[in-house]
Design a binder for this molecule. Structure first.
Ligand code: PMP
Length: 363
């Protein structure tokens, strides 16, 4: 196949420039004579890289000094367990704001370790984020957990909740580093790297200092933020190559306008697709409320409720043009375009052109 445009939800497209860097560095890392793949995690080479990447994270997100930056194995799901294991001991109960499949999974995992209060009424239709005045927050909760961008349902927070002093914990797996974030408003931020900042196997975790030293005695060392912080994220052999790739992606973000640059591009790309949907006279349908439509994952249907046969034809036609991994998640069906940082404006323009042609042909 000639050129392929990858709209997959994750592991997602990496910047082409980063592949070139990885290729060049693969067998002889920083003139050490060996690959990073066969380098000790306790070597000065890796320690230098570890600190260098922490600095890039701090620089991009303007992380305040009273936060620790950790690189932990186990991805997002690992942190679904780590959050209650490290934080629920204070009161034994936690608030979960469920706005889609991923925050629902996080709440389910937390129930193994304490009491979970669901802040919003249960639903299986995740198309909106109710106004905060309608939230049932428990003032006694050890923390409040949100997912800032629901990868499957395409629901993205357009505000930072006010949790009245209760630590706010955010799963930012699918929108981290896509825009500026005021880190000081959060107790903990975590993200699996395989969407916006690298490949699978590692979670970036940013923890406010005062939230350390509270882990349940049963917390596995691997998930214990304090134990990992004390060992500078080399408590055991970390997923070094995934961490290295994350570093190279973050440096690429720095070279390409930082978070301001990523945010402007994300707005442009998402608007192109949502406008095409809006201008299709109902041919395409985006179920999510306008103010919380994700700029990273755009789920849409053909018709409402979706026309399965036409959607199949759409996906098949897209593939023949090299527009791949557009199938919606099996939980919601339809089509989903994931347009993370590394997806270029030209790639989104190609998708939009195909959407317009398909619409003209079938309307
Ligand atoms: N949270 C979100 C928002 C996700 O999109 C995902 C993965 N798609 C996860 C958590 C789980 O991440 P992992 O597969 O790294 O465990």
């Amino acid at each position: 196949m000639s050129k392929v445009f990858n709209f997959g939800a994750g592991p997602a497209k990496l910047p082409e420039e980063v592949y070139e860097i990885i290729k060049n560095e693969l067998t002889n890392f920083e003139n050490s004579g060996i690959s990073l793949l066969e380098t000790s995690h306790r070597s000065s080479t890796y320690m230098k890289l570890n600190v260098e990447i922490q600095d890039v994270v701090r620089n991009l997100l303007d992380v305040p000094d009273n936060y620790k930056v950790l690189f932990l194995a186990g991805g997002g799901l690992g942190q679904f367990a780590a959050v209650p294991l490290n934080l629920i001991s204070r009161t034994g109960t936690a608030d979960y704001v469920v706005t889609g499949a991923w925050s629902a999974k996080a709440a389910k995992e937390a129930k193994k370790y304490g009491k979970v209060n669901l802040v919003l009424p249960p639903t299986d239709k995740y198309e909106d984020i109710p106004d905060q005045t309608k939230w049932n927050l428990d003032p006694n909760a050890s923390y409040v957990h949100i997912c800032t961008n629901e990868t499957i349902h395409g629901v993205e927070f357009d505000f930072i909740p006010d949790t009245k002093g209760v630590p706010l914990i955010a799963d930012m797996s699918s929108n981290i580093m896509s825009k500026k974030v005021d880190v000081s408003k959060f107790g903990v931020i975590y993200a699996g790297a395989q969407k916006n900042i690298g490949t699978s196997g590692v979670a970036l975790v940013i923890v406010r200092e005062d939230l350390l030293n509270q882990a349940l005695p049963t917390c596995p060392s691997l998930l214990d933020w304090t134990a990992n912080y004390k060992q500078n994220s080399i408590l055991n052999t970390p997923p070094m190559f995934a961490i290295y790739i994350m570093g190279r992606v973050l440096q690429w973000i720095q070279r390409n306008g930082g978070l301001e640059g990523m945010s402007q591009l994300a707005t442009k790309k998402a608007s192109l697709i949502y406008n095409t949907i809006e201008q299709s006279n109902g041919f395409y349908y985006a179920p999510v409320a306008k103010n919380v439509r994700s700029k990273m994952n755009v789920p849409f249907r053909i018709g409402c409720p979706g026309d399965d046969a036409l959607e199949k034809e759409f996906l098949k036609g897209a593939e023949t043009l090299g527009l791949i991994q557009l199938k919606g998640h099996r939980d919601v069906g339809g089509i989903r375009a994931s347009i993370y940082n590394a997806v270029t404006l030209e790639e989104v323009q190609a998708l939009v052109q195909y959407m317009e042609e398909f619409y003209k042909k079938h309307s």
